[in-house]
Design a binder for this molecule. Structure first.
Ligand SMILES: NC(=O)c1ccc[n+]([C@@H]2O[C@H](COP(=O)([O-])OP(=O)(O)OC[C@H]3O[C@@H](n4cnc5c(N)ncnc54)[C@H](OP(=O)(O)O)[C@@H]3O)[C@@H](O)[C@H]2O)c1
Length: 323
């Protein structure tokens, strides 16, 4: 069955892949954004509209939820102004409440919510993880709604801000690369698999009310991942994993750099391994998706990057010829 689906956060890394996947399946997609003019690439997709809206304004939210069957909330931030947790609370928890209220008022009963692995309102090691956990709990407390939450480890894929960020940093750093929290473990999950899990969950009642940890097929330390990126780019760098004190020092310094490349809250998130319990086979067993390995995808996008290539990717996904 085809649905009208409204996505918040649909212009981001995951959102773009999800919009492509939903459009390919024949759904009609409405993406709410603060900057419509920046997302020309999304507007080439069939049945996808991109609308300027302030998602924190309940009236605008309710207005844009009219005639929609499903709402997907992907909005998330990794950094806030200051370090008190208020910004995280506003964007994660308060927005979740507004999404619930506007959905109710618009007669929408199906919600898909993006959380994060280790999100926990009490035990999360950072403001990011605690606010993500609180938002997830508030969504699932709404017993009149069919909510499904997704809790991925770090997500990789074309235009990610993980592998690509380290690639850029490695290129700029000669010889020795000091890496904070290098022993933290990850199970990177492919953005295409995450998007497919969302798509397959929409009309599957077995997934209503469920929360799914999403992990890729293999675990790596952060240091192993950065070494892999350096090898792919043929950069001879010595990756030095910093201890606790030096990592925290780095966070305290970089927190004040433009764009906050690394913050104290990021440091706190990295105190917990981002890996699934050993028996986690959600992608395969619940969604019938064979998890994609980093080695199968990263070389394609890391070694083949121009904005024209990316634009053509969206055109191809939209079944239009490359320019
Ligand atoms: N990427 C990962 O590795 C990863 C891992 C685990 C969980 N997640 C979660 O997955 C979700 C999507 O991640 P992503 O990597 O796609 O993020 P992203 O590329 O940074 O995109 C974030 C989206 O959220 C919107 N947004 C950001 N700040 C906002 C604010 N203050 N108010 C309203 N909207 C705001 C942006 O919309 P506009 O700028 O267009 O308005 C953008 O579309 C997030 O909730 C994130 O926490 C991501």
């Amino acid at each position: 069955m085809k649905h009208n689906i409204c996505i918040l956060g649909g212009t981001g890394f995951v959102g773009k892949h999800l919009a492509c996947a939903l459009s390919t399946e024949g759904h009609t997609v409405r993406i709410l954004t603060r900057h419509r003019e920046r997302h020309r690439d999304l507007r080439v997709l069939p049945r996808v509209e991109v609308i300027n809206a302030d998602v924190h304004d309940s009236q605008q939210l309710q207005h844009n939820f009219q005639q929609q069957d499903v709402v997907i909330n992907l909005v998330g931030i990794l950094n806030e102004h200051g370090d008190k947790g208020k910004g995280f609370y506003h964007v994660h928890v308060e927005l979740a409440e507004k999404v619930l209220a506007a959905s109710r008022a618009s007669g929408i009963r199906r919600l898909l919510h993006m959380s994060a692995l280790n999100a926990d309102p009490g035990r999360g090691s950072s403001f990011y993880l605690r606010s993500k956990g609180e938002a997830e709990n508030r969504m699932h407390a709404a017993k009149d709604m069919s909510v499904t939450s997704f809790r991925p480890s770090v997500i990789f894929g074309p235009e990610d801000s993980f592998i690509n960020r380290f690639a850029e940093l490695l290129k700029k750093t000669p010889w020795i690369f000091p890496l904070a929290c290098g022993e933290t473990r990850f199970a990177p999950v492919y953005v295409g698999d995450v998007a497919q899990a969302f798509v397959r969950s929409i009309s599957n009642p077995a997934t209503f009310g469920k929360r799914y940890n999403l992990c890729g097929p293999k675990e790596y330390t952060l240091k192993e991942l950065v070494e892999y990126v350096a090898r792919l780019l043929q950069l001879k760098r010595r990756i030095i994993s910093l201890g606790r004190f030096a990592s925290l020092l780095q966070a305290n310094v970089l927190e004040y750099f433009p764009g906050k490349p690394f913050s104290r809250d990021n440091y706190r998130s990295l105190q917990t391994d981002s890996v699934c319990p050993e028996d986690n086979n959600v992608l395969r067993e619940v969604f019938g998706i064979e998890p994609t390995a980093i080695e199968a995808e990263v070389p394609h996008y890391l070694l083949n990057q121009t904005s024209r290539t990316r634009y053509n990717l969206f055109r191809q996904l939209a079944r239009r010829d490359p320019l």
